[in-house]
Design a protein. Structure first.
Length: 696
């Protein structure tokens, strides 16, 4: 909990001229930009302002409050819900008591001001009923450490005196809103309140005052922990060693696909690996097992991380991966059974059925933390949440004793019918959600089109290419379009065994495993046989034959470790089936590629690994192959200008159509998706029709 305090980032110049709603967005973005203030997606802010009622033209009091979903750090004005304060106040007359508080959520849409489509969140009454203009509700690690410590009420008083009050644990909702109102009325001088096992509320008369109070109150907790814990070993001191970085990565790269395969039966999971200092300190400590078993505390946390992590049986003092891998099935099954028992113990008549019982957080002593979720962003954020929980446990256990939320309370949050309703409203996952693909030659014309197609459908993509500049440019473009979470770039020369092995390891550490390999890296060359140098011949063989063997071998190894099938698509060429003059090296290497695919289809079938081929022809646009001397050679061979080539190929085709990278991508996508689940050893020509390449 020690460390430097939070800086006051308020800039009067930036805030000048903003109306209350925009000022609230500005304040929210400042607060949400630092995870020590609040976790991703956690916390909310509000402002009560006078607006003109569109129905009457008269001034009315409106609550602007962060709406359901979204994140304070990146929220825009459309992330705010707006509600008539008068109507919110009137809800008190409809309230039948705490047993019925969930019903009140259904009334919130009736209070909407100005047809704002942003849904109001469950926390809305917490802001509405605090009789102050500006309210912040944050989840700062330093304050939650106080809120989750045994004797948190006394601690709060010791640190803050009369300035900050304390309320016992209460699930967020209408009742807690009323509690907060009562507290404010009885303590008009208080600047805020600590909520047990939850977080912090602060308020002010202006946006700036509210922000500065929030920062000041959190800084006081940070400073206090700093002086209390200085020189004290965290978590009871060091109990086990931490492996060197490269060994940690190697162990994680073996464990992640194995775990992924065991937890992906109902839904494919994407992984995230974190071996930051905070994680390593916790997992290397004496108290790790004891604290981990107590579960995380802040309500947001276990919605993402589940109540507790799974500690993987691995001893960094005597690393024995085979024994750990052999012990994993039983450890994972025990976790699932415990979750089922927890659900059975705590469920109420209205509780939703048990969700996926697998652990989200896997702590590997000496190595790091692995998290798995339905997509990369959720896996990353779940990891971040557990780091928040570690920070909370570090603080609370240093000054007192860390107290997890009682099991039933945790369950009531995790399986809250209102949370379930939110989950049910989520859009159906895309067809390739949870799938991880590696595309070689991913920075090229066809490779990047394939990556886009797979990303469109929800896959995570690792672009692998030898051309670093193109790789960086493609990664940047795709990250901007789809989010940095789902795109990675790794420099691989597919002809180099070590490169391929290292590249696959990186890919595994980024996403936890692999489902789809698109082997597409390539070149084109033309030369009569008498002029073909050995170097040119070998280059074709190296990239198109050996390269395809090397990446396939690595993918097969991974697929077998993951035990969840697999999918390989080769991008070969019409020229692998149809002989072409003056291109024997290229044609022969492409033919080898096609036959390799068939052999692998045969070999992989029993493990559910499919291998298929797409044969493009004459894809001029976007292709780097067609920007160099190959284009000139082809034009010369046909005795025409390079500008006429596209038209030449179009009119040569049976369908009289040009072929684009997107057309190849569509065929690759089909073979990579479950739509072709019953096809292996197949070839799809995407060449606008060419009799020579008909398969038989
Ligand atoms: P491209 O040149 O735009 O892309 C090929 C990519 O492979 C490039 O980014 C390149 O850097 C990469 N690459 C080359 N050698 C590599 C190596 N050793 N390791 C890793 N990456 C390497 O060409 P494209 O048209 O997109 O071609 C993609 C595939 O399609 C190739 O296999 C090609 O033979 C095949 N193909 C293309 C056409 C066409 O008309 N464009 C026709 C038939 C087959």
């Amino acid at each position: 909990m020690a460390g430097s305090g939070l800086a006051n980032l308020w800039d009067d110049a930036a805030a000048t001229g903003l109306d209350e709603a925009d000022l609230l967005v500005y304040r929210s973005n400042l607060l949400g930009s630092d995870k020590r203030i609040t976790n991703y997606g956690g916390g909310n802010t509000s402002a009560k302002a006078t607006e003109t009622d569109p129905l009457t033209g008269k001034p009315v009091e409106v609550l602007w409050v962060k709406g359901s979903g979204g994140d304070l750090g990146t929220m825009r004005r459309d992330g705010l819900a707006s509600l008539y304060m008068e109507k919110l106040e009137a809800l008190k007359g409809l309230y039948k008591g705490v047993a019925f508080e969930d019903e009140m959520v259904g009334y919130l849409p009736h209070c909407t001001f100005n047809l704002n489509p942003r849904a109001a969140s469950i926390d809305t009454p917490l802001h509405a009923f605090v009789p102050r203009k500006h309210v912040d509700h944050m989840h700062p690690d330093a304050v939650i450490a106080i809120a989750c410590a045994k004797g948190s009420r006394e601690l709060t008083q010791k640190i803050y005196g009369e300035e900050i009050g304390w309320l016992p644990w209460k699930r967020p909702g209408f009742e807690l809103g009323l509690w907060l109102e009562k507290f404010c009325r009885e303590n008009p001088k208080a600047a805020g309140v600590v909520l047990e096992s939850h977080g912090l509320f602060t308020w002010g008369d202006t946006s700036k005052e509210c922000y500065e109070t929030t920062i000041r109150i959190i800084n006081r907790a940070i400073d206090w922990f700093g002086s209390e814990t200085a020189g004290k070993p965290a978590f009871g001191g060091v109990a086990r060693k931490t492996l060197p970085a490269e060994e940690r990565r190697s162990v994680a790269a073996r464990l992640m696909p194995a775990i992924r395969g065991m937890i992906s039966a109902a839904e494919r999971k994407v992984g995230h690996f974190d071996d930051s200092d905070a994680v390593l300190e916790f997992i290397g400590s004496r108290d790790m097992e004891k604290l981990a078993a107590l579960g995380t505390s802040c309500p947001d946390h276990f919605l993402r991380t589940k109540r507790s992590p799974l500690v993987v049986p691995f001893d960094p003092a005597a690393p024995d991966l085979e024994t750990t891998l052999a012990a994993l099935p039983a450890a994972l099954e025990a976790y699932r059974q415990e979750h089922a028992a927890y659900h059975a113990r705590c469920k109420r008549p209205v509780s939703p059925p048990m969700r996926d019982p697998n652990a989200v957080v896997y702590l590997v002593p000496g190595v790091g933390m692995i998290t798995f979720a339905k997509d990369k962003a959720t896996a990353r954020v779940s990891g971040e949440f557990y780091v928040n929980a570690i920070n909370v446990m570090r603080g609370a256990s240093a000054v007192s004793e860390y107290v997890g939320l009682p099991e039933q309370e945790a369950f009531d949050i995790e399986y809250w019918v209102l949370e379930e309703a939110k989950l049910q409203r989520l859009p159906k996952p895309k067809a390739l959600a949870g799938r991880v693909a590696l595309v070689t030659g991913g920075a090229g014309g066809i490779g990047s089109a394939v990556a886009r197609r797979l990303l469109d459908d929800g896959a995570c993509v690792v672009l692998a290419d030898i051309d670093e500049a193109a790789l960086e440019a493609t990664k940047t473009e795709l990250s901007g379009r789809y989010s940095a979470d789902v795109v990675r770039g790794v420099r691989i020369d597919v002809t180099k065994e070590d490169d391929v092995i290292a590249g696959f390891k990186t890919a595994v550490l980024e996403f936890g495993g692999l489902d789809i390999l698109v082997s597409n890296a390539g070149l084109a060359s033309a030369s009569p046989i008498e002029d073909t140098s050995l170097a040119l011949w070998t280059k074709n063989m190296d990239i198109l034959s050996t390269g395809y063997f090397l990446v396939s071998r690595e993918a097969f190894r991974l697929f077998r470790a993951q035990k969840a099938g697999g999918n390989v698509v080769f991008v070969a060429s019409k020229n692998g089936l149809a002989a072409s003059p003056n291109a024997s090296a290229y044609c022969t290497a492409k033919a080898a590629e096609i036959h390799l695919a068939r052999c692998l289809a045969l070999e992989g079938a029993e493990a559910g690994i499919r291998v298929n081929t797409v044969n493009p022809d004459a894809v001029l646009r976007g292709s780097k192959i067609w920007s160099g001397e190959w284009k000139e050679q082809r034009a010369a061979a046909y005795n025409m200008s390079t500008d006429d080539l596209e038209e030449h190929y179009r009119s040569r085709s049976m369908l009289k159509r040009s072929v684009y990278p997107e057309d190849i991508a569509e065929a690759v996508w089909f073979l990579a998706s479950d739509l072709s689940a019953k096809s292996t050893g197949n070839i799809i020509n995407v060449d606008a029709g060419n009799q020579q390449s008909f398969t038989r």
